[in-house]
Design a protein around this ligand. Structure first.
Ligand code: SAM
Length: 224
């Protein structure tokens, strides 16, 4: 059994049982390997846009003697059928890249998406809100001293407008230490932006938005 990092374990814990799964941008292939070995899911597919990471996944699967993962070289889900992607995992990429992969997915209104942006989480949250995706759950996790957010969402067609703090912390609540850590980090980033903009004498919509976000996050943190 591959040893999953806490980040990958959290992602695996959000995958609905009994459905097909496609891991987009698999690289090492550890996640599909673990899902396949558990026997709790339907078909398991893994894609990567580059040959080398896919070869990496192939070797790791061979070492573990796993034959049940279908490896596909493609951009996003372009060569994966809808039946093979009832659940789609897109982890370890920028929020802008993840948004693009969802946008280009021909059956994006049907699949459940489990998403973990490495950067630009705000871009992804805004994309999801504007394009009718509902975030069911969101949880923060630390890996290599950096904190990330993992979200599970699905299309419901309802377009949403996020508040300034929702863009930064999404659906994270103060129920875990990791979530609190994430909210505090976003609050610190926001306060630094405010300070920098004020020092530069810039009075802009960005300053206003940061002030509202900082106040909203302060209230959330005071309520703990
Ligand atoms: C940092 S690795 C993440 C590996 C794994 N998903 C994880 O979270 O540990 C990112 C991988 O995504 C792949 N990738 C980037 N853009 C992609 C795309 N549009 N479609 C498929 N794979 C992509 C890269 O080649 C790379 O192997």
């Amino acid at each position: 059994m591959p040893v999953l990092s806490e980040r990958l374990k959290l992602i695996a814990s959000m995958v609905p049982r009994g459905k097909s799964v496609c891991d987009v941008g698999t690289d090492h292939g550890y996640l599909p390997a673990a899902l396949c070995l558990s026997g709790k899911y339907g078909s398991i597919t893994a894609t990567d846009i580059r040959e080398k990471p896919l070869e990496n996944a192939r070797k790791n699967l061979e070492k573990l003697n796993i034959k049940g993962v279908d490896l596909i070289l493609c951009d996003g889900l372009q060569k994966v059928s809808e039946e093979k992607a009832e659940t789609v995992i897109i982890a370890g990429m920028g929020g802008d890249v993840i948004s693009g992969i969802i946008e280009n997915c021909p059956y994006k209104e049907k699949s459940v998406f489990i998403l973990q942006p490495m950067t630009a989480a705000q871009v992804l949250r805004e994309y999801l809100a504007k394009n009718g995706f509902f975030v069911e759950t969101e949880v923060a996790i630390t890996e290599n001293k950096k904190i990330y957010s993992v979200m599970r969402c699905r299309f419901d067609g309802k377009k949403r407008k996020l508040s300034p703090s929702q863009k930064r912390i999404g659906k994270l609540s103060t129920t875990t230490e990791e979530n609190i850590k994430y909210i505090k980090k976003q609050s610190d980033i926001c306060n630094k932006c405010i300070k920098d903009l004020k020092n530069a004498g810039i009075s802009s919509p960005a300053l206003e938005e940061n002030i509202i976000a900082a106040n909203e996050m302060k209230t959330i943190l005071e309520d703990i």
